[in-house]
Design a binder for this molecule. Structure first.
Ligand code: MN
Length: 419
């Protein structure tokens, strides 16, 4: 697959995140105007709500884009997704006769505010990266018991909170919580001192499934509309005290930040890769009929207040042990219905080496090995640090980007129950 050239010149840069091959879906607003649906192209946003209203983008069963979220397109299914991409590529391709009509609907990205691109109906987070599970398991339970006995058979997950999902750029306030260190005589209530990130990908479900009906991995893959970068902020001190026996609760409920653009599955097709070799055979319902992970290079940057960014991790989505399609299929085995706007966090994506770990907990090995950043060292996030996740799939002369997934951690409230 090569670059598809566009008359939007900035979309043809080989390292730019938003070529005509990408066309990710977002929601934007200008100055005092209402949010509307847009598609990123080069350094601009194409106002697709405006295109549809003017009759330049007529999709079967529409209108879909007269609302400031993509859920209606997502629920419409793969035929509409394909028609949307085909029409936008026709309008934006180099030499398109429609240029004069389309150009007034382009706005500079620099002047736009980006919002959550879809209404998050539910949020589930998984624990499906083996390097991460081994690292955390070793720290929490010792090397002997690092991987729980079910880990190689089940994509382990927990039901998170849709209300905690925020768009890139939203400040994240350090949470208070109940903490008890191993040597403390009693628990106490205090701001988290071990606040952390988790580098993840989020799969966004488009097509719903029926309550009471499990779906196959093949069907699950068809249900996925696209992918975002996802930072599952985690308070490790709260987590360590609360997580047994039902898993994380308040440790993961402060916020989950997603990147502002949903990259449709079609844009990632050339980058499909298989999950790694199975260490134990999976039950048949989890078999992958074809490659369902993606080769997406990922990195994490940390910038202290007033300082320069240090890249603290580089890894790849292909490191996951389970794909989103396997996770989604497993999620329906109980008969649980999935809906348009369901968000599935992949689990932390760590690679096998120290410089490819996807959380500060792992990079600093539980705080025992602080690492260098501009102007100091860190084991966990300090107040006013800004964390950024980036992702890129590299094609032949083009790049598929997601937009940065950024969050600044602001100090805890002085008294959470005041006023
Ligand atoms: Mn997570």
């Amino acid at each position: 697959m090569a670059l598809i050239r566009s008359w939007v010149e900035s979309a043809n840069a080989p390292d730019g995140p938003f070529p005509l091959n990408n066309l990710p879906c977002g929601v934007f607003s200008l100055a005092d105007e209402e949010p509307r649906c847009g598609v990123a192209i080069g350094e601009t946003i194409l106002d697709v709500s405006g295109l549809e209203a003017e009759g330049l983008l007529a999709l079967d069963g529409g209108p879909y884009l007269d609302v400031p979220f993509w859920n209606e397109v997502m629920a419409a299914g793969p035929a509409v997704w394909a028609a949307l991409r085909a029409r936008l590529q026709e309008l934006l391709t180099e030499g398109s006769a429609a240029r004069a009509e389309v150009e007034p609907h382009l706005v500079p990205m620099a002047g736009a505010r980006l919002h959550l691109p879809f209404l998050v109906s539910e949020y589930t987070d998984f624990y499906a990266g083996k390097h991460h599970a081994m690292n955390v398991g070793t720290m929490f339970r010792g090397a002997e018991n690092a991987l729980p006995p079910n880990w190689l058979h089940i994509p382990i997950g927990y039901n998170g909170r849709a209300s905690s999902v925020v768009v890139s750029g939203t400040e994240v306030r350090r949470p208070w919580g109940q903490l008890k260190g191993p040597d403390d005589a009693a628990p106490r209530f205090a701001p988290s001192a071990r606040f952390d990130i988790e580098l993840e990908m989020g799969a966004v479900v488009g097509l719903p499934s029926e309550h009471g009906r499990p779906v196959t991995v093949e069907t699950a893959d068809e249900m996925i509309f696209g992918y975002v970068l996802l930072n599952d902020w985690s308070a490790r001190d709260i987590q360590a005290w609360e997580y047994q026996p039902l898993g994380p609760f308040q440790a993961k409920a402060t916020a989950t930040t997603i990147s502002p653009w949903i990259v449709m599955k079609a844009a990632l097709e050339p980058f499909r890769v298989s999950t790694p070799e199975r260490e134990r055979p999976l039950l048949p319902y989890l078999h992958e009929p074809r490659p369902m992970l993606y080769d997406i290079a990922l990195e994490v940057g940390l910038t202290p207040e007033g300082g320069r960014e240090t890249v603290i991790s580089r890894t790849n989505y292909a490191e996951m042990y389970y794909s989103a399609a396997q996770q989604l299929a497993h999620h329906t085995t109980s008969g649980c219905a999935m809906t348009a706007g369901d968000l599935l966090g992949s689990g932390t994506i760590s690679g096998p080496t120290k410089d490819s770990r996807g959380s500060l907990l792992e990079i600093s090995w539980g705080g025992k090995e602080p690492f260098e950043v501009d102007g100091g060292t860190r084991s966990f996030i300090a107040d006013n640090d800004t964390l950024v996740l980036r992702g890129a799939a590299k094609g032949d002369g083009y790049t598929i980007g997601f937009g940065d997934c950024v969050g600044k951690v602001i100090p805890a409230l002085e008294d959470p129950y005041a006023g």
